[in-house]
Design a protein around this ligand. Structure first.
Ligand code: GLU
Length: 510
Protein backbone atom coordinates (compact mmCIF):
# COMPACT_ATOMS: atom_id res chain seq x y z
CA UNK A 1 0.00 0.00 0.00
CA UNK A 2 1.30 3.50 -0.85
CA UNK A 3 1.98 5.27 2.39
CA UNK A 4 1.48 8.98 2.82
CA UNK A 5 4.88 10.69 2.76
CA UNK A 6 5.86 11.73 6.26
CA UNK A 7 9.24 13.18 7.13
CA UNK A 8 10.68 14.68 10.24
CA UNK A 9 13.33 17.15 11.21
CA UNK A 10 14.75 15.84 14.46
CA UNK A 11 17.29 18.24 15.98
CA UNK A 12 18.83 17.77 19.40
CA UNK A 13 18.69 21.05 21.32
CA UNK A 14 22.39 20.94 22.09
CA UNK A 15 23.07 24.31 20.49
CA UNK A 16 21.81 26.66 17.81
CA UNK A 17 20.82 25.44 14.38
CA UNK A 18 23.66 25.95 11.94
CA UNK A 19 22.75 26.56 8.27
CA UNK A 20 23.57 22.92 7.56
CA UNK A 21 20.71 21.99 9.89
CA UNK A 22 18.44 24.52 8.21
CA UNK A 23 19.23 22.90 4.88
CA UNK A 24 18.31 19.46 6.28
CA UNK A 25 15.02 20.90 7.52
CA UNK A 26 14.46 22.57 4.15
CA UNK A 27 15.04 19.41 2.12
CA UNK A 28 12.65 17.53 4.42
CA UNK A 29 10.07 20.28 4.03
CA UNK A 30 10.40 20.45 0.24
CA UNK A 31 10.20 16.69 -0.08
CA UNK A 32 7.09 16.53 2.10
CA UNK A 33 5.31 19.35 0.28
CA UNK A 34 6.26 18.02 -3.13
CA UNK A 35 4.58 14.73 -2.31
CA UNK A 36 1.60 16.17 -0.47
CA UNK A 37 3.00 14.77 2.77
CA UNK A 38 3.63 15.91 6.34
CA UNK A 39 6.64 17.66 7.81
CA UNK A 40 7.12 16.95 11.50
CA UNK A 41 9.37 18.66 14.02
CA UNK A 42 10.66 16.36 16.74
CA UNK A 43 12.96 17.62 19.45
CA UNK A 44 15.38 14.85 20.40
CA UNK A 45 16.21 15.85 23.93
CA UNK A 46 16.82 12.56 25.69
CA UNK A 47 20.43 13.32 26.51
CA UNK A 48 19.71 15.74 29.30
CA UNK A 49 23.39 16.35 29.99
CA UNK A 50 23.87 17.96 26.58
CA UNK A 51 20.85 20.27 26.60
CA UNK A 52 21.67 23.93 26.02
CA UNK A 53 19.51 26.65 27.46
CA UNK A 54 17.56 28.48 24.76
CA UNK A 55 18.46 26.07 21.95
CA UNK A 56 14.97 24.67 21.49
CA UNK A 57 13.39 28.11 21.22
CA UNK A 58 16.13 29.12 18.85
CA UNK A 59 15.37 26.16 16.58
CA UNK A 60 11.65 26.91 16.55
CA UNK A 61 12.15 30.61 15.87
CA UNK A 62 14.66 29.91 13.10
CA UNK A 63 12.32 27.53 11.31
CA UNK A 64 9.53 30.06 11.62
CA UNK A 65 11.68 32.82 10.13
CA UNK A 66 12.57 30.51 7.24
CA UNK A 67 8.91 29.71 6.59
CA UNK A 68 9.39 26.00 7.35
CA UNK A 69 6.22 25.42 9.29
CA UNK A 70 5.65 21.98 10.70
CA UNK A 71 2.35 20.24 10.20
CA UNK A 72 2.00 18.25 13.33
CA UNK A 73 2.96 18.18 16.97
CA UNK A 74 1.51 18.22 20.43
CA UNK A 75 -1.62 20.35 20.81
CA UNK A 76 -3.84 21.68 18.09
CA UNK A 77 -4.09 24.60 15.72
CA UNK A 78 -1.97 27.67 16.23
CA UNK A 79 -0.64 26.55 19.59
CA UNK A 80 0.90 23.40 18.15
CA UNK A 81 4.18 22.51 19.90
CA UNK A 82 6.79 20.17 18.46
CA UNK A 83 7.04 16.61 19.72
CA UNK A 84 9.60 16.30 22.49
CA UNK A 85 11.17 12.96 23.28
CA UNK A 86 11.66 13.86 26.96
CA UNK A 87 7.86 14.28 27.25
CA UNK A 88 7.10 11.17 25.23
CA UNK A 89 9.44 9.18 27.45
CA UNK A 90 7.25 9.99 30.46
CA UNK A 91 4.49 8.01 28.74
CA UNK A 92 6.71 4.91 28.79
CA UNK A 93 6.79 4.78 24.99
CA UNK A 94 10.43 3.74 24.61
CA UNK A 95 10.70 1.44 27.63
CA UNK A 96 8.01 -0.78 26.16
CA UNK A 97 10.13 -1.53 23.09
CA UNK A 98 13.33 -1.89 25.09
CA UNK A 99 11.52 -4.59 27.08
CA UNK A 100 10.47 -6.23 23.82
CA UNK A 101 14.11 -6.36 22.66
CA UNK A 102 15.23 -7.76 26.01
CA UNK A 103 12.57 -10.42 25.83
CA UNK A 104 13.39 -11.45 22.29
CA UNK A 105 17.11 -11.66 23.12
CA UNK A 106 18.17 -8.75 20.90
CA UNK A 107 19.24 -6.68 23.87
CA UNK A 108 20.74 -7.37 27.26
CA UNK A 109 21.49 -5.67 30.59
CA UNK A 110 25.04 -4.58 31.28
CA UNK A 111 26.37 -3.59 34.70
CA UNK A 112 29.96 -2.68 33.91
CA UNK A 113 31.23 0.36 35.78
CA UNK A 114 33.12 3.12 33.96
CA UNK A 115 36.34 1.74 35.51
CA UNK A 116 35.60 -1.76 34.22
CA UNK A 117 34.90 -0.41 30.74
CA UNK A 118 38.15 1.50 30.81
CA UNK A 119 40.02 -1.62 31.96
CA UNK A 120 38.52 -3.57 29.05
CA UNK A 121 39.74 -0.95 26.59
CA UNK A 122 43.21 -0.94 28.11
CA UNK A 123 43.34 -4.73 27.95
CA UNK A 124 42.38 -4.76 24.28
CA UNK A 125 44.82 -2.02 23.46
CA UNK A 126 47.62 -3.88 25.17
CA UNK A 127 46.72 -7.01 23.21
CA UNK A 128 47.16 -4.97 20.01
CA UNK A 129 43.56 -5.25 18.79
CA UNK A 130 42.39 -2.69 16.27
CA UNK A 131 39.15 -1.92 18.08
CA UNK A 132 38.30 -1.61 21.73
CA UNK A 133 34.56 -1.81 21.55
CA UNK A 134 31.87 -3.59 23.51
CA UNK A 135 30.76 -6.13 20.92
CA UNK A 136 30.31 -9.79 20.09
CA UNK A 137 33.96 -10.52 20.77
CA UNK A 138 34.16 -8.76 24.14
CA UNK A 139 30.71 -8.97 25.67
CA UNK A 140 31.33 -12.48 26.99
CA UNK A 141 34.08 -11.29 29.29
CA UNK A 142 31.99 -8.44 30.73
CA UNK A 143 29.40 -8.08 33.48
CA UNK A 144 26.07 -8.45 31.76
CA UNK A 145 22.94 -10.55 31.60
CA UNK A 146 24.60 -12.83 29.04
CA UNK A 147 27.39 -13.77 31.44
CA UNK A 148 25.75 -13.51 34.85
CA UNK A 149 23.17 -15.95 36.25
CA UNK A 150 19.57 -14.74 35.92
CA UNK A 151 19.07 -14.47 39.72
CA UNK A 152 22.05 -12.21 40.04
CA UNK A 153 20.81 -9.99 37.25
CA UNK A 154 17.40 -9.72 38.93
CA UNK A 155 19.02 -9.04 42.28
CA UNK A 156 21.14 -6.23 40.88
CA UNK A 157 18.19 -4.60 39.20
CA UNK A 158 16.01 -4.95 42.32
CA UNK A 159 18.81 -3.43 44.42
CA UNK A 160 18.83 -0.39 42.14
CA UNK A 161 22.31 -0.99 40.75
CA UNK A 162 22.93 1.22 37.73
CA UNK A 163 22.72 -0.57 34.40
CA UNK A 164 22.40 0.05 30.70
CA UNK A 165 20.57 -1.97 28.10
CA UNK A 166 22.74 -2.78 25.09
CA UNK A 167 21.72 -4.03 21.68
CA UNK A 168 23.12 -7.46 20.81
CA UNK A 169 24.67 -7.02 17.39
CA UNK A 170 24.99 -10.33 15.50
CA UNK A 171 28.53 -11.51 14.87
CA UNK A 172 29.42 -11.65 11.18
CA UNK A 173 26.58 -10.45 9.11
CA UNK A 174 26.27 -8.03 6.24
CA UNK A 175 23.84 -5.25 7.07
CA UNK A 176 22.54 -3.71 3.87
CA UNK A 177 20.30 -0.82 3.01
CA UNK A 178 19.64 1.48 0.13
CA UNK A 179 20.39 5.14 0.55
CA UNK A 180 18.61 7.40 -1.92
CA UNK A 181 21.70 9.58 -2.30
CA UNK A 182 24.58 7.16 -1.81
CA UNK A 183 23.11 4.01 -3.30
CA UNK A 184 23.72 0.63 -1.65
CA UNK A 185 25.34 0.71 1.75
CA UNK A 186 26.81 -2.54 3.08
CA UNK A 187 28.40 -2.81 6.49
CA UNK A 188 29.87 -5.85 8.18
CA UNK A 189 28.24 -6.18 11.58
CA UNK A 190 31.67 -7.03 13.03
CA UNK A 191 32.36 -3.30 12.79
CA UNK A 192 29.34 -2.35 14.88
CA UNK A 193 29.37 -2.18 18.65
CA UNK A 194 26.65 -3.12 21.12
CA UNK A 195 25.35 0.43 21.48
CA UNK A 196 23.54 1.49 24.62
CA UNK A 197 19.80 1.79 24.00
CA UNK A 198 18.51 2.64 27.46
CA UNK A 199 19.86 3.65 30.85
CA UNK A 200 18.73 2.85 34.36
CA UNK A 201 17.87 6.55 34.84
CA UNK A 202 14.89 5.74 32.63
CA UNK A 203 16.12 7.53 29.53
CA UNK A 204 16.46 5.99 26.08
CA UNK A 205 19.48 6.96 23.99
CA UNK A 206 19.28 8.71 20.64
CA UNK A 207 19.25 5.46 18.63
CA UNK A 208 16.40 3.85 20.50
CA UNK A 209 14.18 6.91 20.72
CA UNK A 210 14.89 7.87 17.12
CA UNK A 211 13.93 4.49 15.66
CA UNK A 212 10.88 4.02 17.88
CA UNK A 213 9.59 7.48 17.03
CA UNK A 214 10.20 7.10 13.32
CA UNK A 215 8.14 3.92 13.52
CA UNK A 216 5.35 5.31 15.70
CA UNK A 217 5.18 8.53 13.69
CA UNK A 218 4.94 6.53 10.47
CA UNK A 219 7.95 8.25 8.97
CA UNK A 220 8.47 7.15 5.36
CA UNK A 221 11.76 8.92 4.57
CA UNK A 222 14.63 9.75 6.89
CA UNK A 223 16.46 12.70 5.36
CA UNK A 224 19.39 13.76 7.53
CA UNK A 225 23.01 14.81 7.55
CA UNK A 226 25.80 12.53 6.44
CA UNK A 227 27.18 12.37 9.98
CA UNK A 228 24.34 9.95 10.75
CA UNK A 229 25.24 7.50 8.00
CA UNK A 230 27.28 5.31 10.40
CA UNK A 231 24.14 4.94 12.55
CA UNK A 232 22.17 3.60 9.57
CA UNK A 233 23.12 -0.09 9.96
CA UNK A 234 22.18 -0.09 13.66
CA UNK A 235 18.83 1.51 12.87
CA UNK A 236 18.20 -1.05 10.14
CA UNK A 237 18.96 -3.84 12.61
CA UNK A 238 16.64 -2.32 15.20
CA UNK A 239 13.83 -2.25 12.64
CA UNK A 240 14.46 -5.90 12.00
CA UNK A 241 14.69 -6.87 15.68
CA UNK A 242 11.45 -5.06 16.46
CA UNK A 243 9.65 -6.70 13.54
CA UNK A 244 9.10 -3.46 11.65
CA UNK A 245 11.09 -4.18 8.50
CA UNK A 246 8.11 -3.82 6.22
CA UNK A 247 7.57 -0.22 7.29
CA UNK A 248 11.22 0.79 7.51
CA UNK A 249 11.70 4.30 6.13
CA UNK A 250 13.94 4.98 3.18
CA UNK A 251 17.17 6.78 4.01
CA UNK A 252 18.76 9.80 2.38
CA UNK A 253 22.00 11.04 3.94
CA UNK A 254 22.82 14.56 2.79
CA UNK A 255 26.39 15.56 1.99
CA UNK A 256 28.19 18.15 4.06
CA UNK A 257 28.34 21.89 3.54
CA UNK A 258 32.03 22.74 3.18
CA UNK A 259 34.06 25.83 4.02
CA UNK A 260 34.37 28.32 1.13
CA UNK A 261 37.83 26.99 0.27
CA UNK A 262 36.52 23.43 0.31
CA UNK A 263 38.83 22.51 3.18
CA UNK A 264 36.57 20.64 5.58
CA UNK A 265 33.15 21.07 7.05
CA UNK A 266 31.73 24.56 7.51
CA UNK A 267 31.93 25.21 11.23
CA UNK A 268 30.31 27.70 13.56
CA UNK A 269 33.60 29.59 13.93
CA UNK A 270 34.04 30.07 10.16
CA UNK A 271 31.40 32.77 10.10
CA UNK A 272 33.23 35.15 12.37
CA UNK A 273 36.58 34.25 10.91
CA UNK A 274 35.51 34.91 7.33
CA UNK A 275 32.85 37.54 7.90
CA UNK A 276 29.55 35.87 7.04
CA UNK A 277 26.75 34.39 9.14
CA UNK A 278 26.62 30.64 9.71
CA UNK A 279 23.41 30.80 11.71
CA UNK A 280 19.94 31.77 10.47
CA UNK A 281 19.30 34.14 13.35
CA UNK A 282 21.59 35.67 15.90
CA UNK A 283 22.61 33.34 18.73
CA UNK A 284 23.86 34.31 22.13
CA UNK A 285 25.57 31.34 23.71
CA UNK A 286 24.99 30.69 27.42
CA UNK A 287 28.49 32.09 28.10
CA UNK A 288 27.47 35.34 26.38
CA UNK A 289 29.35 34.79 23.11
CA UNK A 290 27.43 36.25 20.19
CA UNK A 291 27.16 34.59 16.79
CA UNK A 292 25.92 36.58 13.80
CA UNK A 293 22.66 35.65 12.07
CA UNK A 294 21.33 36.09 8.54
CA UNK A 295 18.20 37.78 9.82
CA UNK A 296 20.08 40.44 11.77
CA UNK A 297 22.61 40.78 8.93
CA UNK A 298 19.83 42.10 6.69
CA UNK A 299 19.26 39.00 4.58
CA UNK A 300 15.83 38.03 3.36
CA UNK A 301 14.90 34.58 4.52
CA UNK A 302 13.78 33.77 0.96
CA UNK A 303 17.30 34.54 -0.29
CA UNK A 304 18.90 32.37 2.36
CA UNK A 305 16.48 29.54 1.60
CA UNK A 306 17.09 29.85 -2.14
CA UNK A 307 20.84 29.73 -1.57
CA UNK A 308 20.61 26.71 0.74
CA UNK A 309 18.33 24.83 -1.63
CA UNK A 310 20.98 25.02 -4.34
CA UNK A 311 23.79 24.06 -1.98
CA UNK A 312 23.75 20.36 -2.72
CA UNK A 313 20.69 20.09 -4.93
CA UNK A 314 20.89 20.75 -8.65
CA UNK A 315 17.62 21.54 -10.42
CA UNK A 316 19.08 20.29 -13.70
CA UNK A 317 18.32 23.63 -15.41
CA UNK A 318 19.96 27.05 -15.49
CA UNK A 319 17.33 28.53 -13.19
CA UNK A 320 18.79 30.00 -10.00
CA UNK A 321 16.04 32.11 -8.50
CA UNK A 322 13.33 29.96 -6.96
CA UNK A 323 10.42 30.92 -4.76
CA UNK A 324 9.45 28.38 -2.10
CA UNK A 325 6.62 27.08 -4.27
CA UNK A 326 8.94 26.75 -7.26
CA UNK A 327 11.39 24.85 -5.06
CA UNK A 328 8.62 22.51 -3.94
CA UNK A 329 7.66 21.92 -7.54
CA UNK A 330 11.21 21.27 -8.76
CA UNK A 331 12.77 19.45 -5.80
CA UNK A 332 13.77 15.82 -5.93
CA UNK A 333 16.19 13.83 -3.82
CA UNK A 334 17.79 12.15 -6.78
CA UNK A 335 19.22 15.49 -7.85
CA UNK A 336 21.04 15.85 -4.54
CA UNK A 337 24.76 15.22 -5.13
CA UNK A 338 26.94 12.83 -3.17
CA UNK A 339 29.85 15.19 -2.58
CA UNK A 340 30.00 18.17 -0.26
CA UNK A 341 29.15 21.66 -1.52
CA UNK A 342 31.31 24.68 -0.90
CA UNK A 343 29.57 27.51 0.83
CA UNK A 344 29.85 30.72 -1.22
CA UNK A 345 29.25 33.92 0.78
CA UNK A 346 29.40 36.13 -2.34
CA UNK A 347 26.75 34.09 -4.07
CA UNK A 348 24.59 34.44 -0.98
CA UNK A 349 24.83 38.21 -1.29
CA UNK A 350 23.97 37.91 -4.97
CA UNK A 351 20.77 36.08 -4.02
CA UNK A 352 19.93 38.81 -1.55
CA UNK A 353 20.39 41.53 -4.17
CA UNK A 354 18.11 39.68 -6.51
CA UNK A 355 15.39 39.38 -3.91
CA UNK A 356 15.78 43.01 -2.93
CA UNK A 357 15.47 44.21 -6.53
CA UNK A 358 12.46 42.05 -7.19
CA UNK A 359 10.49 43.76 -4.42
CA UNK A 360 8.23 46.67 -5.25
CA UNK A 361 9.28 50.14 -4.12
CA UNK A 362 6.24 50.25 -1.86
CA UNK A 363 7.15 47.00 -0.14
CA UNK A 364 10.75 48.11 0.30
CA UNK A 365 9.53 51.41 1.76
CA UNK A 366 7.57 49.52 4.40
CA UNK A 367 10.56 47.32 5.17
CA UNK A 368 13.05 50.14 5.58
CA UNK A 369 10.86 52.32 7.80
CA UNK A 370 12.12 50.78 11.06
CA UNK A 371 15.71 50.91 9.81
CA UNK A 372 15.35 54.61 8.98
CA UNK A 373 14.13 55.16 12.52
CA UNK A 374 16.94 53.10 13.96
CA UNK A 375 19.40 55.38 12.22
CA UNK A 376 17.81 58.30 14.03
CA UNK A 377 16.24 59.91 10.94
CA UNK A 378 12.66 60.99 10.82
CA UNK A 379 10.70 58.86 8.44
CA UNK A 380 9.65 60.69 5.28
CA UNK A 381 6.18 60.06 3.84
CA UNK A 382 5.63 56.78 2.04
CA UNK A 383 5.71 58.25 -1.41
CA UNK A 384 9.11 59.79 -0.80
CA UNK A 385 10.41 56.65 0.83
CA UNK A 386 9.25 54.61 -2.19
CA UNK A 387 11.04 57.08 -4.45
CA UNK A 388 14.25 56.63 -2.40
CA UNK A 389 13.93 52.85 -2.72
CA UNK A 390 13.38 53.17 -6.43
CA UNK A 391 16.61 55.12 -6.82
CA UNK A 392 18.71 53.04 -4.44
CA UNK A 393 17.63 49.45 -4.98
CA UNK A 394 20.03 48.84 -7.87
CA UNK A 395 22.86 49.90 -5.57
CA UNK A 396 21.91 47.90 -2.51
CA UNK A 397 22.64 44.35 -1.41
CA UNK A 398 20.88 44.70 1.94
CA UNK A 399 18.01 46.89 3.10
CA UNK A 400 20.48 48.81 5.27
CA UNK A 401 22.43 49.85 2.19
CA UNK A 402 19.46 51.89 0.95
CA UNK A 403 19.90 54.12 3.95
CA UNK A 404 23.63 53.85 4.55
CA UNK A 405 24.62 54.41 0.93
CA UNK A 406 21.92 57.04 0.55
CA UNK A 407 22.27 59.06 3.76
CA UNK A 408 21.84 62.23 1.66
CA UNK A 409 18.17 61.40 1.22
CA UNK A 410 17.72 61.78 4.97
CA UNK A 411 20.18 64.49 5.99
CA UNK A 412 22.31 67.19 4.41
CA UNK A 413 25.97 66.27 3.98
CA UNK A 414 28.20 67.46 6.78
CA UNK A 415 31.41 66.47 5.04
CA UNK A 416 32.43 66.37 1.39
CA UNK A 417 34.39 63.50 -0.08
CA UNK A 418 37.98 64.77 -0.03
CA UNK A 419 39.13 62.78 -3.06
CA UNK A 420 36.33 64.11 -5.27
CA UNK A 421 36.83 67.65 -4.02
CA UNK A 422 40.52 67.45 -4.78
CA UNK A 423 39.97 66.17 -8.29
CA UNK A 424 36.82 67.96 -9.35
CA UNK A 425 36.42 71.16 -7.36
CA UNK A 426 37.76 73.97 -9.52
CA UNK A 427 38.26 77.68 -9.24
CA UNK A 428 34.89 78.36 -10.84
CA UNK A 429 32.88 75.64 -9.06
CA UNK A 430 31.44 77.95 -6.40
CA UNK A 431 30.50 80.44 -9.10
CA UNK A 432 28.74 77.74 -11.14
CA UNK A 433 26.70 76.59 -8.14
CA UNK A 434 25.73 80.15 -7.29
CA UNK A 435 24.48 80.71 -10.82
CA UNK A 436 22.57 77.46 -10.83
CA UNK A 437 20.96 78.35 -7.49
CA UNK A 438 19.47 81.39 -9.19
CA UNK A 439 18.25 79.29 -12.13
CA UNK A 440 16.88 76.41 -10.03
CA UNK A 441 15.05 78.83 -7.74
CA UNK A 442 12.72 79.70 -10.56
CA UNK A 443 12.57 76.24 -12.19
CA UNK A 444 9.69 73.89 -11.67
CA UNK A 445 11.22 71.33 -9.31
CA UNK A 446 11.15 67.97 -11.02
CA UNK A 447 13.96 65.88 -12.51
CA UNK A 448 13.03 66.58 -16.12
CA UNK A 449 12.74 70.37 -15.85
CA UNK A 450 15.81 70.61 -13.65
CA UNK A 451 17.84 68.70 -16.18
CA UNK A 452 16.56 70.87 -19.02
CA UNK A 453 17.47 74.02 -17.14
CA UNK A 454 20.88 72.62 -16.31
CA UNK A 455 21.61 71.65 -19.92
CA UNK A 456 20.54 75.05 -21.17
CA UNK A 457 22.91 76.65 -18.67
CA UNK A 458 25.97 74.58 -19.64
CA UNK A 459 25.29 75.09 -23.33
CA UNK A 460 25.14 78.83 -22.88
CA UNK A 461 28.33 78.78 -20.90
CA UNK A 462 30.06 76.28 -23.12
CA UNK A 463 30.83 73.99 -20.14
CA UNK A 464 31.31 70.26 -20.33
CA UNK A 465 28.74 68.17 -18.45
CA UNK A 466 31.02 67.08 -15.60
CA UNK A 467 32.46 70.52 -14.94
CA UNK A 468 29.11 71.73 -13.70
CA UNK A 469 27.56 68.47 -12.56
CA UNK A 470 30.15 67.26 -10.06
CA UNK A 471 30.14 70.41 -7.93
CA UNK A 472 26.36 70.28 -7.59
CA UNK A 473 26.48 66.59 -6.80
CA UNK A 474 29.07 67.23 -4.12
CA UNK A 475 26.98 70.00 -2.60
CA UNK A 476 23.77 67.95 -2.66
CA UNK A 477 25.13 64.56 -1.59
CA UNK A 478 28.66 65.05 -0.26
CA UNK A 479 29.96 62.26 -2.51
CA UNK A 480 31.00 61.81 -6.11
CA UNK A 481 28.62 59.04 -7.21
CA UNK A 482 25.05 57.86 -6.81
CA UNK A 483 21.75 57.82 -8.65
CA UNK A 484 20.80 60.43 -11.24
CA UNK A 485 21.35 63.77 -9.52
CA UNK A 486 18.16 65.46 -10.66
CA UNK A 487 16.14 62.53 -9.36
CA UNK A 488 17.78 63.01 -5.98
CA UNK A 489 16.99 66.72 -6.04
CA UNK A 490 13.37 66.07 -6.91
CA UNK A 491 13.08 63.66 -3.96
CA UNK A 492 14.69 65.96 -1.38
CA UNK A 493 12.73 68.94 -2.71
CA UNK A 494 13.38 72.53 -3.67
CA UNK A 495 14.02 74.14 -0.33
CA UNK A 496 16.42 71.47 0.86
CA UNK A 497 18.26 71.37 -2.49
CA UNK A 498 18.74 75.12 -2.62
CA UNK A 499 19.93 75.19 1.00
CA UNK A 500 22.44 72.44 0.32
CA UNK A 501 23.75 74.16 -2.78
CA UNK A 502 24.22 77.37 -0.79
CA UNK A 503 26.03 75.61 2.05
CA UNK A 504 28.15 73.85 -0.56
CA UNK A 505 29.35 77.20 -1.83
CA UNK A 506 30.12 78.20 1.75
CA UNK A 507 31.79 75.02 2.95
CA UNK A 508 33.40 73.05 0.17
CA UNK A 509 37.14 73.44 -0.16
CA UNK A 510 37.54 75.50 2.97
N1 GLU B 1 18.85 14.11 16.82
C1 GLU B 1 19.67 13.93 15.65
C2 GLU B 1 20.35 15.25 15.36
O1 GLU B 1 20.55 15.99 16.25
C3 GLU B 1 18.78 13.49 14.53
C4 GLU B 1 19.40 12.63 13.50
C5 GLU B 1 18.30 12.04 12.64
O2 GLU B 1 17.68 12.82 11.92
O3 GLU B 1 18.05 10.86 12.73
O4 GLU B 1 20.69 15.61 14.26
Amino acid sequence: MERKVRVRFAPSPTGPLHIGGVRTALYNYLFAKKHGGDFILRIEDTDQTRLVQGAENYIIESLKWCGLTFDEGVGVGGSCEPYRQSERNKLGIYKKYVDQLLKSGHAYYAFDTPEELEAMRERLKAAGGSSQQYDSSTRNSMKNSLTLPAEEVNKKIAAGEPYVVRVKIPRNEEVKFKDIIRGRVVVDSANLDDKVLFKSDGMPTYHMANVVDDYLMKITHVIRGEEWLPSGPLHVLLYRFLGWEDVMPEFAHLPLILKPDGNGKLSKRDGDRLGFPVFPIEWTAPDGELFAGYREGGYFSEAMINMLALLGWNPGTEQEIFSMSELIEAFSLDKVGKSGSKFDPEKTKWFNENYLRAKSNEELAQLIKPIVEKHGYCVPNEQLLSAVCNLMKERATFLNDIIEKGTYFFEAPTTYDAETVKKKWKENSAQIIAELVTIFSTTEFNAVTLEEAFKKYIEEKGFGFGVAMTPIRLAITGVGGGPHLFDIMEVIGKEESINRLKSGVENINK
